[in-house]
Design a protein around this ligand. Structure first.
Ligand code: ADP
Ligand code: MG
Length: 249
């Protein structure tokens, strides 16, 4: 059994069947990519895994436990962390301040009104945040205004913020979208490093085939809300159905 087991998940928006009947098993400690054309239902599927959407049918088990009906923060506490399609960092805060927030939330289980003032004087939180910035290779940017970071560095910070939660499953929705090639390659290297250094499973939705083939051990192709095929990268590359549905051949 995989660390994540998706069984017969369906989701409808009014008259639109965004997800038909999705079955997906993600093996622990693997990198699993989900690809497919625009509108295939990839983000909808991810939203169903993290509690942002509740599927109409089916089940989602994480480490044998159902995530359905749980709130996003509860699913996060179970060990699933997610990087959204558009970066979600606080642009007005420094890199260090951004990193301290999830460190605080992880240690204290919440982030209340006084947390911001408290955490700035909290040596333990400062240490945790510094440690994460070291792992992300961002210590030299700690005092920078986060809004002024490059797209690649915003993504790097955000991934670090997720990792400070010590997730067992990291979900990424098109992490390199809109990035220049150099930033994309840095992101690939960062994800490889994370994979090597941590006990972690990574599920990545990605458009850029260079990223997919650099990282993934398994690939699921989603088309019109249903998995078309799941296989190794080598087999996916030559698959006629994939070429037809995804590469438009
Ligand atoms: P992908 O991420 O693969 O591009 P999405 O999961 O975003 O696809 O969307 C799948 C389909 O569901 C699309 O046709 C999209 O327009 C539709 N959809 C997504 N979210 C909503 C929503 N909140 N309300 C209505 N339709 C939606
Ligand atoms: Mg999407």
């Amino acid at each position: 059994m995989g660390i994540l087991e998706v069984k017969n998940v369906g989701k409808r928006f009014g008259g639109l069947q965004a997800l038909g009947d999705v079955n997906l098993s993600i093996a622990e400690n693997s990198v699993h990519a989900i690809i497919g054309p625009n509108g295939a239902g990839k983000s909808t599927l991810l939203n169903c895994l993290v509690g942002k959407l509740i599927p109409d049918t089916g089940s989602v088990l994480f480490d044998g436990q159902s995530v359905l009906g749980r709130k996003p923060y509860e699913i996060n506490q179970m060990g699933i962390s997610r990087v959204f399609q558009t970066p979600e960092i606080f642009g007005d805060l420094t890199v260090m301040e951004n990193m301290m927030i999830p460190c605080f939330a992880k240690r204290d289980g919440s982030f209340g009104l006084n947390a911001m003032t408290n955490m700035l004087n909290d040596r333990d939180i400062v240490n945790r945040a510094e440690h994460m910035l070291e792992e992300m290779n961002m210590v030299d940017k700690r005092h920078m205004h986060s809004a002024s970071l490059s797209r690649g560095d915003k993504r790097r910070l955000e991934i670090g913020m997720c990792l400070s939660q010590e997730p067992r499953l990291l979900l990424l929705d098109e992490p390199t979208a809109g990035m220049a090639r150099a930033d994309t390659n840095n992101t690939i290297d960062l994800l490889k490093q994370i994979k090597d250094e941590r006990d972690i499973t990574i599920a990545i939705i990605e458009h850029d085939m260079h990223v997919v083939f650099s990282l993934a051990e398994r690939i699921t192709v989603l088309a019109q809300g249903t998995p078309l095929v799941e296989d190794t990268p080598d087999n996916i590359k030559g698959h006629p159905k994939v070429r037809e549905a995804y590469l438009g051949e």
